[in-house]
Design a protein around this ligand. Structure first.
Ligand SMILES: Cc1cc2nc3c(=O)[nH]c(=O)nc-3n(C[C@H](O)[C@H](O)[C@H](O)COP(=O)(O)OP(=O)(O)OC[C@H]3O[C@@H](n4cnc5c(N)ncnc54)[C@H](O)[C@@H]3O)c2cc1C
Length: 226
């Protein structure tokens, strides 16, 4: 159960965890090298030719900076499986998880993290935070103070689209752009209460700005952007 909570890392709001461990007793003592998980490179090759590992049981020997050695997520499992399949089919492809993301549902609370949301902020980063009066929903948008470009999102009680947030981070969209286009990311089921106007209003009051929503969500998106 606490597996869910573990998945919140790195989260700016501290959470407890019991942690998770790969169940790899089957290869312990064999020629396949292991540490906490089965040791693999970015092609999911183990220390033994023609033996591969991917998903929860795999541990990267040399993870890229900022990435973890063991990725125990449904989404990364799917990505790893796709890359491993490509390699098995003769198409040499190195795994690259891209911009950090994480999401989970813990009972009725959903949370997501996209990009870089550190627990303590270095000087160059700042964040905008909005919390619903009911205390069960919040959004934190991390951005660079000088460039204003977004670096990460933490969401609790909201659903934001992974591909939209990732694109905003990759393209270095400004926090102002993101605030004005929040409905594009909103992935809550239809008829859920929307809070964009409240969020924009708080941002304006804190930043002495006069932003307004410039996009619409769901089926109205195309009409609005046409
Ligand atoms: C309680 C819980 C909550 C989670 N919540 C989330 C979440 O909210 N979001 C998220 O992204 N991820 C979540 N995860 C993680 C996600 O489920 C895993 O990352 C994902 O299922 C890993 O896929 P996998 O194929 O690597 O491993 P698995 O799904 O564990 O599949 C491994 C399979 O191998 C089989 N197997 C094991 N040993 C042998 C053997 N010796 N011989 C034959 N078969 C064997 C197992 O029975 C199993 O079917 C959660 C996990 C748990 C346990």
């Amino acid at each position: 159960m606490f597996n869910h909570i573990f998945h919140g890392f790195p989260f700016s709001n501290p959470l407890l965890t019991t942690g998770v461990s790969p169940a790899i007793d089957i290869i312990r003592g064999s020629e396949v090298e292991s540490d906490r998980g089965v040791l693999v490179n970015e092609f999911f090759e183990t220390s033994v030719a023609d033996v591969y590992a991917a998903g929860d049981c795999a541990e990267f020997r040399s993870p890229k900076e900022g990435q973890v050695r063991i990725e125990q997520l449904w989404y990364t499992g799917r990505m790893q499986g796709r890359v491993l399949a490509a390699n098995l089919c003769g198409q040499r492809e190195a795994y690259d998880r891209g911009i950090w993301f994480n999401s989970a549902k813990f009972f009725d609370i959903e949370y997501q993290t996209y990009g870089f949301v550190p627990s303590t902020f270095p000087d160059e980063l700042h964040s905008f935070y909005w919390q619903h009066s009911g205390g069960k929903k919040f959004i934190r948008i991390v951005f660079r103070k000088n460039l204003r470009s977004v670096a990460g999102f933490n969401l609790l009680g909201f659903r934001f689209r992974h591909e939209v947030c990732e694109q905003w981070i990759r393209e270095g969209k400004s926090v102002e752009y993101v605030i004005e286009h929040l409905p594009l990311a909103n992935f809550d089921p239809e008829f859920y209460k929307q809070h964009e106007e409240e969020i924009v209003s708080k941002f304006n009051s804190e930043n002495n700005s006069s932003l307004s929503i410039k996009a619409r969500r769901g089926i109205f998106q195309k009409a609005a952007s046409a």
